[in-house]
Design a protein around this ligand. Structure first.
Ligand SMILES: Nc1ncnc2c1ncn2[C@@H]1O[C@H](COP(=O)(O)OP(=O)(O)OP(=O)(O)O)[C@@H](O)[C@H]1O
Length: 336
């Protein structure tokens, strides 16, 4: 578990203080994939880099596995950092070294294994990320997705329990992004690795995260499980992310609704209820007609969900809403 206790970070620039992180409390459970989402300048990188003390907090404490890491001396910090891997948007590989040597680098620096043991470990890691055939190539000879796989193998070399991902897929095309996210998903489960990732893309959060914190201007404005936060967004910043992801504009939508008759509602189905034939059943029982104004079915990590915006016309609307709720469907009334 990673715990932030009233952590504040300000940078000093030319005698002026710039607050990057307002005093913040945060808990990241062990073994989960935790996403931090926010627009540029929100403070995501600062928060991430505080976890391995690449940045020092201005005040507050950061507890990792019952240890206050802000109190570690240089030697203890070196040992702690062996347990925290990191991958980067632009991979940060050494261009003059082969793939195998890049992966071996943290092991050589740790100086705990023999040459043969390092060779074995590197082979094992490259096999895991699917790059065995590329061991003797140089980074310039690899695609972006392959470079990030090398980054992941290198980050895992010292068997960390935490992996920090700094916009790890932002430089990749959608298909390669999917493959890298899949790999992160797998190693999270195989190694019970806690992964903290930062992104400005909702899709990354939806595909692999368990929990999410939404950041805006140095503050965490909303936080919880991905389904809580993104299926029922409360804060304007979160709502904006959700609407952008659905290619909708909240104001435009309300304007469009003014030309549509009936009671306008949004239904959210999750898990099993996503595929149940509820709509027709409720319409028949309650004598309501409906038209579908918007809809999607997708996944949050492995759980399917569906969202439908409907206008209900005629019949017993109140009974229809009760029937949806009784079937564990969340009902939001957009216009009575
Ligand atoms: N080393 C630094 N010195 C001075 N100011 C900094 C430094 N690093 C970040 N900042 C400032 O702190 C604030 C938060 O920056 P941070 O990089 O953490 O945000 P971010 O959400 O990661 O943004 P991005 O997505 O663009 O990387 C910004 O106002 C930024 O200009």
């Amino acid at each position: 578990m990673i715990q932030f206790k009233h952590v504040h970070k300000a940078y000093k620039v030319g005698g002026r203080e710039i607050t990057a992180l307002e005093p913040c409390d945060l808990q990241i459970p062990e073994g989960q994939i935790f996403g931090l989402i926010g627009h540029s300048g929100a403070g995501k990188s600062t928060l991430l880099r505080l976890i391995n003390r690449l940045e020092e907090p201005t005040s507050g404490s950061i507890i990792v596995k019952d240890q206050d890491i802000t109190a570690l001396d240089a030697a203890a910090l070196r040992r702690f950092r062996q347990g925290v891997g990191m991958i980067f948007q632009h991979f940060n590989l050494l261009s003059s070294k082969t793939v195998a040597d890049n992966v071996a680098m943290p092991l050589k620096l740790a100086n705990e294994l023999s040459k043969t043991q390092i060779k074995e470990r590197v082979h094992q890691l490259l096999e895991r990320v699917g790059l065995t055939d590329h061991a003797q190539k140089y980074p310039a000879q690899l695609s972006g997705g392959q470079k990030q796989r090398v980054g992941i193998a290198r980050a895992l070399s010292t068997s960390p329990s935490i992996l920090l991902c700094d916009e790890a897929t932002s430089a990749l095309d959608p298909q390669t992004t999917g493959q890298v996210l899949q790999l992160l998903n797998e190693i999270n489960r195989e190694l019970n690795l806690t992964i903290v990732l930062i992104t400005h893309e909702m899709d990354v959060i939806r595909r692999i995260c368990d929990q999410v914190a939404v950041m805006d201007a140095g503050r965490i404005v909303e936080q919880g499980t991905v389904s809580e936060v993104f299926l029922h967004p409360q804060h304007p910043t979160t709502r904006r992310f959700v609407y952008e992801d659905e290619h909708l504009d909240e104001q435009e939508q309300l304007k469009r609704f003014s030309q549509i008759a009936g009671c306008i509602i949004k239904l959210t189905f999750q898990g099993e209820s996503t595929y149940s034939p509820l709509l027709g059943e409720v319409a028949r029982q309650c004598g309501v007609d409906y038209s579908i104004l918007n809809g999607r079915i997708d996944y949050i990590r492995d759980t399917p969900y569906g969202q439908l915006t409907l206008s209900l016309i005629g019949g017993n609307t109140v009974a229809a809403l009760d029937a949806f709720r009784a079937a564990d469907v969340t009902v939001e009334i957009l216009r009575p």
